[in-house]
Design a protein around this ligand. Structure first.
Ligand code: SF4
Ligand code: SF4
Length: 107
């Protein structure tokens, strides 16, 4: 326990980043906004069913992702790694709610 405190809590120097004054590069395990590549999508709907926040909706030519509702939980990417990966994007704020509804089209 003492070693934990020595190693992790008693570090000297600056332990924070200067974001947003300087760019922030997320670590490898960071889960940002999902990215959909529907070239291999079969429109099975499993990702829609798996999403706990109802952020994914089938639309006539693809899938709509509502980023405002998304939890970045990766449930969709786990169930369909062929089409969905978790990206690193996190600077997603906008003044227009509708800008957060993004449609990805089947190729
Ligand atoms: S993205 Fe994957 S899980 Fe979602 S509808 Fe297409 S094939 Fe099915
Ligand atoms: S990351 Fe989670 S909340 Fe966001 S669309 Fe995928 S399953 Fe839904």
């Amino acid at each position: 326990m003492l070693n934990y405190f020595k190693l992790n809590l008693l570090k000297k120097g600056v332990q924070t980043s200067s974001y947003p004054d300087e760019p922030f590069y997320p670590p490898e395990a960071f889960l940002g906004c999902p990215e959909l590549d529907l070239a291999r999508c079969t429109r099975c709907g499993r990702c829609v069913e798996a999403c706990p926040a109802s952020s994914l909706t089938m639309v006539p030519d693809g899938l709509q992702l509502d980023i405002a509702n998304c939890l970045f939980c990766a449930a969709c990417a786990r169930i369909c790694p062929e089409c969905i990966t978790m990206g690193k994007a996190f600077e997603l704020s906008t003044k227009c709610r509708e800008d957060l509804k993004v449609v990805f089209y089947n190729e």
